[in-house]
Unconditional design. Structure first.
Ligand code: AMP
Length: 417
């Protein structure tokens, strides 16, 4: 079993590397944000520098068939620039054997979009809407069978496999998980994956205490599994943002027109009861900035969170709440933040989220470990200029969310087992 690339000797070896080059392109097929390409460079450069060659594979968008709009040829130039060598291109990821065989040490080949093939995801395509259950089953079995050949072909190009695509680590796809079985002693995480895995472990496995989770965002329903997993692990659970109002209402508070989910009140009460039983300190908002419409210029008014006016909607955390939360944050040694504590997209309701970003930066400076991951809080810290002032900002929204739900990610398991 091989896990981390620092322990591997790449001299004369061909490495097939799954990266996440799913970058945004404009209508002229120009890359508008190349962060994902740049984040994969340390891994790719290491293999080349040690005298290996790389076969790079990725998906781009969600094509349902071969579609030039989603071709990775649009990004070859930028990948070459970043890598510092001219990158060759294979126009069909399943017909690249000759090009892979011809690669010399220090050379790189980029395969065409893996998702041009249904086999990458292992899900049937083109099924009629009125297909019967039996037809669906048969189509699924067929694509699963041909998936084996698809993966075997990819594996035949290389001597070793590196997964550096955290963004798709929660998917059991051909290139993210299944391919690993062809490299029982030559499979490993790239640097980006390694960083993400260590960040998750720093919070969920080896946290220095007190450990605090700040969970915000819009809905309890999308974070239920996160809350249920964390309530058994953390010392403090700060629940903010739109989802906080369901908890306030569950305890008999008046929340005016604030976002809430009545059907989740029993779950909210269960989470609060579990927290009490386990001695976890739950901190809800005590004071709210409310608006009269979901609009930046709507009139604003501060209310006690359990007594919001009938015509008002809670849209941000107010100073008394933020003071409470700051105390908790400053007393913590490990902090996980997922989800904004207000409607941060509207500048007049972004103050709470900005304050949390500042508090996390200060806590980090004082020696706490701070991880921002899994959703809009990543966009918030990046946009607000705090990304390099916290310990780690995750690159994988869905993957990080599933990790903090306590799930085992197939892309990680495939390397570890
Ligand atoms: P999520 O994707 O679940 O992390 O939710 C992020 C979204 O929650 C952002 O778009 C925020 O605008 C939204 N949000 C945060 N606080 C509130 C609130 N009080 N009312 C409505 N939406 C909110």
């Amino acid at each position: 079993m091989q896990q981390f690339i620092d322990k591997y000797d790449f001299k004369g070896k061909k490495a097939i590397v799954r990266v996440d080059f799913n970058v945004p392109l404009n209508e002229n097929f120009e890359i508008t944000d190349d962060t994902r390409i740049r984040r994969a460079m340390p891994t790719l450069k290491k293999v080349l520098a040690e005298g290996g060659s790389v076969i790079i594979m990725s998906h781009l968008g969600r094509p349902k068939k071969v579609d030039p709009k989603f071709s990775l040829k649009h990004i070859v130039g930028r990948v070459s620039e970043c890598l510092g060598v001219p990158v060759q291109f294979a126009e069909d990821c399943q017909k690249a054997k000759a090009q892979a065989d011809a690669l010399k040490p220090g050379e790189a080949l980029l395969l065409e979009n893996l998702r041009f093939y249904a086999e990458e995801e292992g899900k049937p395509r083109g099924l009629a809407e009125d297909a019967s259950e039996e037809e669906k089953k048969a189509a699924k079995a067929a694509v699963k069978a041909s998936q084996k050949e698809f993966v075997k072909t990819l594996a035949s190009y290389a001597d070793c496999y590196i997964n550096d695509a955290f963004g798709t680590a929660h998917r059991a796809h051909g290139s993210t998980a299944l391919i690993a079985e062809y490299f029982p002693n030559d499979k490993m995480f790239g640097y980006l994956m390694e960083g993400e895995i260590k960040a998750i472990d720093n919070v969920l496995k080896n946290a220095k205490r007190p450990l605090t989770a700040i969970i915000g965002g819009s809905k309890v329903s999308s974070k239920l599994a996160v809350l249920k997993n964390l309530v058994g692990k953390v010392d403090n659970l700060i629940i903010g943002g739109g989802m906080g109002y369901t908890f306030i209402k569950a305890q008999g508070g008046k929340i005016g027109l604030s976002l809430h989910e009545d059907e989740l009140i029993p779950d909210a009460l269960e989470i609060l009861a579990t927290a009490k039983e386990k001695g976890v300190n739950v901190s809800l908002s005590v004071q709210t900035v409310a608006g009269q419409a979901f609009d930046n210029d709507t009139p604003r008014k501060i209310f006690d969170t359990n007594n919001i006016g009938d015509e008002w909607e809670g849209m941000d955390a107010a100073p008394a709440t933020l003071e409470n939360w700051k105390k908790i944050i400053m007393n913590s040694k490990t902090i996980l933040w997922n989800g904004p504590v207000g409607v941060f997209e509207l500048p007049n309701f972004a103050k709470g989220t900005l304050q949390i970003a500042e508090d996390l930066a200060e806590a980090t400076k004082n020696g706490a470990y701070t991880l921002v991951g899994g959703g809009d809080s990543v966009a918030a810290v990046t946009q607000m200029g705090y990304a390099d002032k916290v310990s780690y900002v995750s690159t994988g929204g869905g993957a990080m969310l599933e990790a903090i739900e306590g799930k085992i990610l197939p892309g990680i398991a495939a390397i570890q087992e």
